[in-house]
Design a protein around this ligand. Structure first.
Ligand SMILES: Nc1nc(=O)c2c([nH]1)NC[C@@H]1CN(c3ccc(C(=O)N[C@@H](CCC(=O)O)C(=O)O)cc3)CN21
Ligand SMILES: O=c1ccn([C@H]2C[C@H](O)[C@@H](COP(=O)(O)O)O2)c(=O)[nH]1
Length: 282
């Protein structure tokens, strides 16, 4: 995929070496952007083998709204989030909780009935907001809205999260009957995270487009700190030498997003170069 290889090239050529909390330095660029047209195929990298099953399982896990990885790790045997969870699998209120059960408070009137009179007062009640369902409803009812935003950033809860969200916010946009999605990512690991994020959000956009009856549009990605860990440089240079192949296609069963299971995602004609092993910086 040319867009990805251009991103790798841009950071390798113009990036600045930076230290960070992981102890493995990066080469970083400030603010990178690319977009892909989802009608031209499913954007799964062909210059290395991508673990499609993990990509889809991660997306389905985000949609489950849980604050632990027990389903992903123990039931599905997918281990990409293990390093950030405790023994019981807890990761705190990260993406799944923010997407499906965003916590907030609402003031509600309460009446305390007394003998002679009643006292009216109010109290703050704890509630949860399903941002994905709101987005789906808005896409059906008001597709021209420019307010179809899902945010994973909750400043008050960052301390409880295993990792502050990297893909912070996404916005759906409908133009010419096509569903587009723009993702803003505060921090992007170009070798490992970005290929997953790109494929995950593309699959999500396609699944939602099916549910709301729209065509596939574009996935656009802004990465604020776009970086390559030093120990990933060699593997990425190897990918730059490889000739990209034709993109595979993805067929998703015609079901509401909440009913989808892994077997509903059929990847066709995935012709890829061999896997490259990148170590994840924790
Ligand atoms: N430094 C860092 N980079 C990331 O990309 C990242 C984090 N941390 N922390 C949280 C999540 C976890 N993510 C991950 C973690 C591991 C893989 C990974 O190991 N991928 C391998 C194999 C996948 C598999 O076996 O299923 C790969 O080759 O893509 C990918 C994304 C993305 N995120
Ligand atoms: O979906 C994800 C999750 C994480 N990453 C990367 C980006 C960074 O390399 C690390 C997070 O470290 P911070 O110090 O919190 O920025 O994980 C990603 O690319 N995609």
């Amino acid at each position: 995929m040319k867009q990805y290889l251009d991103l790798v090239n841009s950071v390798l050529e113009n990036g600045t070496q930076k230290e960070n909390r992981t102890g493995i330095d990066t080469i970083s660029n400030f603010s990178e952007f690319y977009k892909v047209d989802l009608s031209e195929g499913f954007p799964l990298l062909t210059t290395k083998k991508m673990y499609f099953r993990s990509v889809i399982l991660e997306m389905l896990w985000y949609l489950r709204g849980e604050d632990h990885i027990r389903w992903l790790r123990d039931e599905k045997d997918c281990h990409i989030w293990d390093e950030w969870a405790d023994e019981d699998g807890n990761v705190g209120p990260i993406y799944p909780v923010m997407w499906r059960r965003f916590p907030y408070h609402e003031e509600e009137e309460v009446r305390f009935e007394g003998n002679a009179s009643h006292i009216v007062n109010s109290m703050w009640v704890k509630k949860e907001f399903d941002q994905v369902q709101r987005a789906i409803n808005m896409l059906k009812e008001n597709p021209n809205s420019r307010r179809i935003v899902v945010s994973a950033w909750h400043p008050g809860l960052l301390d409880q999260m295993a990792l502050p969200p990297c893909h912070v916010m996404y916005i759906f946009n409908v133009t010419d009957g096509k569903l587009n999605c723009h993702l803003t990512q505060r921090s992007g690991d170009i070798a490992l995270g970005i290929p997953f994020n790109l494929a995950c959000y593309s699959a999500l956009t396609m699944a939602i487009a099916n549910e709301v009856g729209l065509e596939y549009g574009e996935f656009a990605h802004t990465i604020v700190d776009a970086h390559i860990y030093e120990n990933h440089v060699e593997g990425l240079k190897e990918q730059l030498e490889r000739e990209p192949r034709e993109l595979p296609t993805l067929e998703i069963a015609d079901k509401p997003v909440d009913d989808l299971v892994f077997e509903d995602f059929e990847l066709k004609n995935y012709d890829h170069h061999p896997a490259i092993n990148f170590e994840v910086a924790v």
